[in-house]
Ligand binder design. Sequence first.
Ligand code: UD1
Length: 429
Amino acid sequence: MAEIDCLHQDKLIRIEGRTPLHGSVRVQGSKNAVLPILAACLLIQGKCVIRNCPIITDVSYMLRLLECAGCEIEQKGNVVTIDALGLREYRLPGKYVRKMRSSVILIGAMLGRVQEVGIEYPGGCVIGERPIDLHLKGLLALGADIAIEGNYIHAEAKKLKGADIVFPFSSVGATQNVILASVLAEGETRIQNAAREPEIDTLCTFLRMAGADIEGIGTSRLVIRGVKTLHPIEYDVVSDRIVAGTYLLATAASRGSICLKEAPIEHMNCILQILRAMGCDIVVRQEQQEIELRCGKKIRNLPLVETDIYPGFPTDLQSLLLVTAITAEGELMLKESIFSGRFKIVEELRRMGAYIREDGSQVMISGGTELTGRNVIARELRGGAALVTAGIVAEGMTTIVGTCYINRGYEDIVRDFKMLGALIDWMDR
Ligand code: UD1
C-alpha cells in the first residue's frame, strides 16, 4: 500500500493574523463517516471501492489495521480499494490501535467476519474519559465471549446471535460496533436508543447497499436482520460536517465571507441556526450543495449554547465556537455535556488574551476581546483547529505545535485556509 501518512507530520503552523477569510473552498470527505465504513469492508468478501475518502492520518491508521488483518489495499488520491477476501490475522497491532480510539469498532467487524479479535484496550483520551462499557455490553449480548487481561481484549464468538440491546444513553461508537457485529449474525437484533448521528445513517446505508437488512435508519430504533453474506460495492463518502462547520465558524470569527462547495447541508441545521442567530448572513443552495456565509463587522453572542447529541450542537465544534465567541459582542455560556475535559484549549486562549471563566463542564466567555499571537500547543484534533482559527483572528504571529492532532481530521488545514486568503504556512521545526 502506498505511504499515506500525513505529509506535514512534524511541522509547525505559522500564521500572521488579522486577515478576514474570503473565497471558496471544497469540503473534504467525512472522517467520522469513513472510519466505520472502512471497518465494514472487513465484512465483505471482495473488493469495495470507497470514493471521496479523506487523506488524513486516522484513515491511514485504519487502512494499516485492515492491511494487518489481511486486506489488500490500494489508494489513489481520494479513492481507496479494499479487498477483504483473504483475511488471515485476528490480532490487531497495538502500534496502530493505540493511535486511534475508533479502532475499537474493529471488534464488532472482526467478530462479524472471523468470529475472533485480539486488540489492545483503547486507553483514556485527551478529551476526557472515554469508556467502552457500552460497546462490550452490546457485543456480549450478541453472544461474544470477551476476556480482558491487563490492557488486552480478546473476543470470540462461535456464532453471533441477534439480541435486544437497549443502550442507557446514546453512543455513536457502541451503536456502530453492534451494527457491525450483527449484520452477519443469526436472527434479528433490535437496538433501542441507538445514536442518530449522520455517521450511523451512512454506515447503515453502506451496509444496506452491500446487502444487509437494516430498518429504522435515521431513528433511535434500529432493526437488523442477519444475512448470510454481503457483496462488494462502490461508495461515495459524504462531506465532513465538522470540517464544514470549522470553516464557517473561522470565517465568522474573522468577519469574512465564504462559499463552501460540496457542503453536507442536510447535516448542518444546528450550526447554521447558531451562526444566523449570531448575525451572519447565510444563503444555502441545496442543488449546488453550497453554503455561502457573509459576516458584517459585528456579531453577537447567544446567551447559552450546550453541546448535545445529533441533531443538537456537536461537541466536535465546541472549541471552534469558543474562539468565534471571543470575537463576538456579549457573553456566551458554553456547556459541554458529551465529554468531560474538553476545554483543553482554554489555557492557550487565555495566553492569547481571551477572558474565559471555567467551571467544570461549562465556560463563560466574555466577547469583544482582542487576541494576540503566541506560540501555542495543540493537544487534540478540534482544539487544534480552533487554535488555528484563533491565530487567524489574532494580532501578530501565532505558531502552533502539535499539528499531528490536526492532521488526524483535516486533509490540509493550511491549504484550505490559504485558499481563503489567510497568511498561513507549514514550517519546519
Ligand atoms: C464519536 C465521534 C466523535 C464525537 C462523538 C460524539 C467518531 C470516530 N468519533 O465518538 O468525533 O465527538 O462521537 O458525537 O465517530 N460512553 C460511555 N461508554 C461507552 C461509550 C461511550 O460511557 O461504552 C460515553 C462517552 O464517554 C461520551 C458519550 O458516551 O461521554 C458519547 O460518546 P460516543 O458517542 O460513544 O463517542 P465516540 O463514538 O467515541
